[in-house]
Design a protein around this ligand. Sequence first.
Ligand SMILES: [Zn+2]
Length: 289
Amino acid sequence: MRKTLKIMVVLLTVGMMCVSLSACTKTNKIEPVVGTELPKASENKTQSTHNSSIGDVGQAAIPKTDNTPSQSSTPTSFVTSIGKVIVIDPGHANRSNLELEANAPSSSVMKIKDGGGAAGIDTKTPEYLINMKVSLQLRDLLQKKGYTIVMTKTDNSVNLGNIQRAEIGNNEKATLVLRIHADSSENTTVSGASMLVPLPVNEGTKAIIDESNRCGRIILNSLTSEVGMKNRGLDPHSDMTGFNWSKVPVILVEMGFLSNPDEDRKLSDANYQAKLARALADGIAEALK
Ligand SMILES: [Zn+2]
């Protein structure tokens, strides 16, 4: 029989976000929800909507309690995943957050924390619902592969700022932070997926762009080839608060256009959401093997 140690930590501390130009007097803490499953050592297991004025396209999950892999033999992916922490950041919330925060450390540019995200042109499905559904399925799939998953949030009413989102990845010393979004355009014929990646705007991002680009490219290729949609490529950004505050590799996937009637309909479909999650999980496993 296989035994697992499962640690579930649910901490939520609400503090004031200090992003004004004056000195910080309070720290802002949103504790992520961590789901960890540690196999025993003895086991044989071996904008778009994202423009510079709206804040980032864009935040903890309760891990399943019964996700123990049933295989008696050890998949290779499980071996390579041990000890790797992946932060999944479902974009947006059920309400916008119009507070301001600094776009980068030492920057005087202030941006809105969360402009609210897009909505389906026909279905009217809000982006945050799709982002969360895919994120939760992705969490479960990656936990089964042996990764430790930290969700920035699992509650759609929690509307984090992008510095908070970045600090969760930093505090976890994440191997990778994947931010989950869907896109929108005034042109309803535009379709496909893209991967936003950081640009070297400060010492923090200079240190993470190579790994972010490498992972982003592999995961986007997996997503578009498995699901069958246009690959719009990497999309480097210098204006993303959630990137500019990150000290760990971070990427943001746009899983298709809610402004495109066909992709809108697909993005609201449960089977399609499951397909997106599987393709992202496969891409992550490929990138981090
Ligand atoms: Zn978004």
